[in-house]
Write a protein that binds this ligand. Structure first.
Ligand code: FE2
Ligand code: FE2
Length: 157
């Protein structure tokens, strides 16, 4: 059975975020950094998490998938924490080794997270979402931005 359209778009975003971070970290390890490339990837990841927590997860949780969604939210909190560390390291601009190491840590966290989210949560994207939410979600993936100052539900955890 083909994936729901929203799931396809979200999976594509997983892949694009991973690729952008990998390209960045390889460049850093070769001795040059393009901070704006990482900043753009982190902005996309923040928006991706926003879309999931605001549009995708609530109806799926209401349909009964309470524990899997809780696990996803907790892992978003861990991703958020690592992104905050990366933001500080980018602003500091000094410690490229630690920057590369922290990027690799984020990639490993994303791998663990996405490898559960894609088979467990995303297949519910068309079954459990009201049509209006699906439309909003698709539009948001195309062009939206997380509101300034928005943090994920488990950001401090
Ligand atoms: Fe997620
Ligand atoms: Fe995701």
């Amino acid at each position: 059975m083909p994936d729901p359209a929203d799931a396809t778009a979200l999976k594509r975003e997983h892949h694009e975020i991973d690729c952008a971070i990998e390209v960045f970290v390889e460049a850093v390890e070769l001795g040059y950094a393009q901070p704006e490339a990482l900043t753009a990837a982190l902005d996309t990841l923040r928006r991706h998490i926003y879309v999931e927590e605001v549009f995708l997860f609530p109806p799926i949780r209401q349909a009964g998938m309470v524990m899997p969604i809780l696990v996803m939210l907790r892992e978003h909190g861990e991703l958020w924490h690592t992104m905050d560390t990366l933001k500080d390291l980018l602003a500091d601009g000094e410690d490229l080794r630690r920057l590369a190491k922290t990027c690799r840590q984020l990639l490993a966290q994303l791998d663990r997270h996405n490898s559960k989210e894609e088979p467990v949560v995303y297949p519910h994207a068309d079954v459990d979402l009201p049509p209006q939410t699906t439309t909003e979600l698709a539009r948001f993936i195309e062009s939206g931005r997380a509101p300034d100052g928005w943090v994920c539900q488990h950001a401090s955890g």
